[in-house]
Design a protein around this ligand. Structure first.
Ligand code: C2O
Ligand code: CU
Ligand code: CU
Length: 492
């Protein structure tokens, strides 16, 4: 919503507006609450840790496995244990699932929580009944077998819960994991693998509370629920020991709301090779790159100029244009310690993949989605798409199987960033108008989540497939999503 509307509602002018009094006290509570961040925009400053804990390398599992969703404990900071949710005992984050294109996946999920949950396989093109739609829940005490075949190219995907109005809390409390698809095209490139391929899940949490309680104020529903501590693979401010060579870092922004502007402390450029949907056509060299919640990036970083004893940090740099709550601070995320000087040069292949580019002329139609959220509508939630909040009993868009369409996310009048995500497909980003006015290096190839900054309209070309059924699309700021910023499309 527009900030001035919020201030108008929460400030002096309130008396003249016809708003139920309960709502007013909720607004005031949200506005007055001081989380020690001293930032009226709702942003939370990061307090960098000491980078003394080793980076955990998440356990892996194959296409046939089982997960038990449970309340458990894990040490997120030093030896301090936290009460959280896991997909396995004594761990935040589920195992990294590694499958090959063509595999039949069978994952038996048992819900041992005291509430309903489910799993959405973010990035996978699978039948609607397996997609973890908010309407398909696993009630407490029951199990569900997610069974599907993987028929898509290599990429870093991920999984997380999706019960409407509980997604943000369940993800925040620890439920998320990586889902890596491999294929022969990618294998033929001989990219750095094994210990030289490091999956990194970046998240922010509030670690003063060892119960990881989740209770956003109204202000935090607007900005998103951010934490002062940055965790990588479930550990606050970790370090990782490496050799002086090229590494493949496979990065997920698994945060509820925080956007990062990734860069390295020695100011060296790095190379983007993959994004949400896998390999780009060509590698792209950059000095920094934005990654919004839900987005993935594979980068190659060449440490060969470093010597034993050197320390290089993965950082988030300042950025602008993302509203009042984001990009105002530079902070360190992860420390790399070079412990061995080696001579093993890696040459990045100049061509990674071939991708057929769709053109606007192929689109049967354009659908416009207003995500600016102008004005305030207390009845209907603060975050809406086309002025609607999520309703499981309403189909918002009906799309024909195999249709190619342009979907346009219009945030031209908005003042909050919205990473927009569509389930069940991958899209190509066609154009960004307003704001940054250009596509980022990470927005070539295939995507499933695209960041729409305040003032921007972003058009994506979507070749729908033929997994008919009901899917959702939404903002991946999880507070916005749970606040209603999600609609449904029926593919038929
Ligand atoms: Cu990762 Cu519906 O989202
Ligand atoms: Cu998804
Ligand atoms: Cu949003």
């Amino acid at each position: 919503m527009k900030r001035n509307d919020f201030l108008r509602l929460s400030g002096a002018g309130v008396g003249s507006l016809l708003v139920p009094s309960g709502v007013i006290s909720f607004i005031s509570a949200g506005c007055n609450k001081n989380n020690g961040m001293g930032n009226m925009g709702g942003g939370v400053n990061v307090s960098e840790g000491e980078f003394l804990q080793a980076l955990p390398l998440t356990a892996t599992a194959g296409p046939i496995t089982s997960l038990t969703v449970q309340a458990t404990v894990a040490a997120l900071k030093g030896n301090q244990s936290y009460n959280l949710f896991g997909y396995q005992a004594n761990s935040i984050l589920g195992p990294t699932l590694r499958v090959s294109k063509g595999d039949q996946v069978s994952i038996n999920v048992t819900n041992s929580l005291n509430e309903s949950t489910n799993i959405h396989w973010h990035g996978l093109h699978i039948p609607a009944a397996m997609d973890g739609h908010p309407g398909n829940l696993i009630t407490k005490g029951s199990s569900f077998n997610y069974n599907f075949s993987v028929q898509q190219r290599a990429a870093l995907n991920w999984y997380h819960p999706h019960p409407h109005m509980a997604t943000a809390r369940q993800v925040y409390k620890g439920l998320a994991g990586l889902f890596i698809v491999n294929d022969s095209e990618e294998a033929a490139l001989n990219l750095p693998g094994g210990q030289y391929e490091i999956p990194l899940v970046i998240q922010d949490k509030r670690l003063a509370d060892t119960g990881l309680s989740y209770n956003p104020t109204m202000m935090e529903v607007m900005s998103g629920y951010m934490g002062e501590s940055i965790l990588v693979n479930g550990k606050a401010s970790p370090f990782h020991e490496i050799k002086s060579q090229t590494y493949r870092l496979r990065i997920l922004n698994g945060s509820n709301a925080r956007i990062y502007n990734l860069a390295f402390s020695n100011n060296r450029s790095f190379t983007i090779i993959c994004n949400d949907g896998g390999l780009l056509i060509n590698p792209v060299s950059v000095n920094s790159i934005l990654i919004a919640p839900g987005e993935r990036l594979d980068i190659l970083f060449d440490f060969s100029a470093s010597n034993t004893g050197d320390e290089i940090f993965l950082l988030s740099k300042l950025f602008s244009g993302a509203g009042n709550a984001q990009g105002k601070q530079e902070f360190k995320i992860l420390k790399f310690k070079i412990t061995q000087k080696v001579n093993s040069p890696f040459t990045i292949p100049p061509t990674l993949s071939s991708i057929i580019a769709y053109t606007a002329a192929q689109a049967a139609r354009t659908r416009n989605f207003d995500i600016s959220n102008p004005g305030m509508n207390m009845q209907n939630g603060m975050h809406r798409i086309n002025n609607k909040v999520y309703d499981e009993n309403r189909i918002d868009e009906t799309v024909s199987a195999n249709a190619v369409e342009i979907w346009q996310f219009d945030n031209s009048q908005g003042d909050e960033p919205h990473p927009m995500h569509i389930h069940g497909i991958s899209f190509q980003v066609l154009e960004r108008i307003g704001g940054r006015n250009t596509l980022a290096a990470s927005e070539r190839g295939w995507k499933d989540t695209v960041l729409v900054m305040p003032g921007e309209t972003v058009k994506v070309l979507v070749p729908f497939e033929n997994n008919t059924g009901r899917f959702v699309f939404h903002c991946h700021n999880l507070e916005h999503e749970d606040d209603g910023m999600m609609l449904q499309y029926q593919l038929s």
